[in-house]
Design a protein around this ligand. Structure first.
Ligand code: PLP
Length: 455
């Protein structure tokens, strides 16, 4: 390759991806990789869908771009109508953008604009949680309670407040900023709002099931109803970040569907276009939309690529495929199967602390000691070794660090496309178990090959 690419990868000489189909990516040397993480939990409908390429090309050939402040377009209007049927938001209005971070920034500004339109200009405080990820632009990063990503940029951060993660496995562990009871967590949010002054709080933002930061952590069952009640009581908007959990990833259309909740604002990206086009959106409830756009309200915002027609055309085709092929139900069933396969192979492994998730969003937490949940020291780079070991076996996983205390804590996230076959699920579970066995030996055992992750 040219050597002029400012690479994102930490792999010294990354393979060149040239082709993909189903759950498989092929590199220039002809090597096949099972994409067990769908990239970064993105490729819900699978790779190589010619019908999506055709929808994209068709739209580009007719109308690639028209500025969103001057025009609306048929794909944007049609997509907003069609996706409304599956969104857990009352009478939603859709604001399309280019990805998850942009969508989060849009949601934050929209919450502020809503309160301004109601004459509540004092409402500026936004509360999020530790152990969360909402994006890498500065506003979204500031919202994120993911310390390894925040650390270099701390001098620029600090606008938002954070409450505890809903993380039963590490509830009460020193450094984890986590609680395990929905009631306690809701009481903490209530206290935080009271301390800030209820009429100064604009919004609470959280992932329904935590993605990359903690690896598929499902909150306690009473959590979301209690949190929604606290928000409603204080006039605080509830913003659900469904960038990773959306579009069937957790076995329901959206994560909030597991608890029958309807947030005021929902944020989506990733699976909305399954990686075929950079796309995301904010869905505002009718109340938020009507208030903000009524005379006296205004939403000062927008990007060059907001409301762009090609993204909407692609999203529309992805939505059609998810529906026509019943892929949300497939995610639920295959997710259970994947968790079962991983439990069969790993439940008794001394370095496996927890296996969790919903649908095809499955997490494994690795620990040096199962009894005490003591994490491996970060310097051992255990999750990186496991991911490298699985890659050597032709299976791509997604690593996470810092779950235990912001530095230590190794997690693996799995999220294959919903078209993954049973044979592929078995191969994914086998490769994961083998990589864990080699790379995550308990701290007392000698592990000379840990650095390479190779047997
Ligand atoms: N929110 C969540 C829950 C995410 O998982 C991500 C990305 O991983 C984002 C927001 C940011 O999305 P993007 O990377 O498209 O900006």
């Amino acid at each position: 390759m040219s050597g002029r690419v400012f690479r994102r990868s930490t792999i010294a000489d990354p393979p060149i991806a040239v082709d993909a189909h189903g759950s498989t990516i092929i590199d220039a040397a002809g090597r096949a990789y099972l994409d067990a993480a769908g990239g970064a939990i993105v490729v819900n409908v699978g790779h190589g869908r010619r019908e999506i390429a055709a929808a994209m090309a068709d739209q580009a050939g007719r109308l690639a771009y028209a500025h969103g402040s001057t025009f609306t377009t048929e794909p944007v209007e049609a997509y907003a109508r069609e996706v409304a049927d599956v969104l857990p938001v009352d009478d939603p209005a859709i604001y399309p953008v280019s990805g998850g971070s942009e969508a989060i920034e849009t949601a934050l500004k929209l919450a502020r604009a809503y309160h301004l339109a109601r004459g509540e200009s004092g409402r500026a405080t936004v509360i999020a949680r530790w152990g969360s990820y909402h994006g890498n632009t500065l506003g979204a990063l500031d919202l994120s309670g993911r310390r390894p990503l925040r650390r270099p940029y701390e001098p620029w951060l600090g606008r938002f407040r954070h409450v505890s993660a809903a993380y039963p496995y590490r509830a009460g562990d020193p450094g984890a900023n986590a609680l395990g009871s929905g009631h306690e967590l809701a009481a903490e949010l209530d206290r935080t709002i009271q301390q800030a002054g209820p009429d100064t709080v604009a919004a609470f933002v959280a992932e329904p099931i935590v993605g990359a930061t903690l690896a598929a952590v499902v909150p306690p069952d009473d959590y979301w109803t209690a949190i929604a009640e606290v928000c409603r009581r204080h006039g605080v908007l509830l913003i659900a970040d469904e960038v990773m959990t959306g579009f069937g990833r957790t076995g329901r259309w959206f994560g909030m569907d597991h608890w029958g909740l309807r947030p005021d604002i929902l944020v989506a990206a990733k699976g909305a276009t399954s990686g075929y086009w950079p796309f995301g959106f904010v869905a505002a409830s009718e109340r938020v939309h009507a208030t903000t756009t009524a005379p006296g309200g205004s939403f000062v915002h927008g990007f060059t690529y907001s409301h762009a027609p090609i993204g909407a055309a692609v999203a529309r085709e992805v939505l059609r495929i998810l529906r026509d092929e019943s892929l949300v139900a497939a995610s639920a069933a295959k997710g259970e199967r994947l968790q079962g396969l991983l439990r069969d192979r790993l439940a008794d492994h001394p370095a496996v602390g927890d296996i969790r998730g919903r649908g095809l969003m499955v997490g494994v937490e690795l620990v040096a000691d199962r009894e005490t949940r003591r994490p491996f020291p970060r310097a051992e780079r255990v999750t990186e070794s496991v991911v490298a070991g699985a890659r050597e076996r032709g299976v791509l996983l997604y690593s996470g660090t810092g779950s235990a205390d912001g530095t230590d804590g190794d997690t693996i996230l799995l999220g294959p496309p919903f078209v993954v076959t049973d044979d592929e699920l078995i191969r994914i579970a086998d490769a994961t178990a083998q990589a864990v066995a080699v790379s995550a030996a308990p701290a007392s055992a000698s592990a000379p090959d840990r650095a390479s992750g190779l047997p």
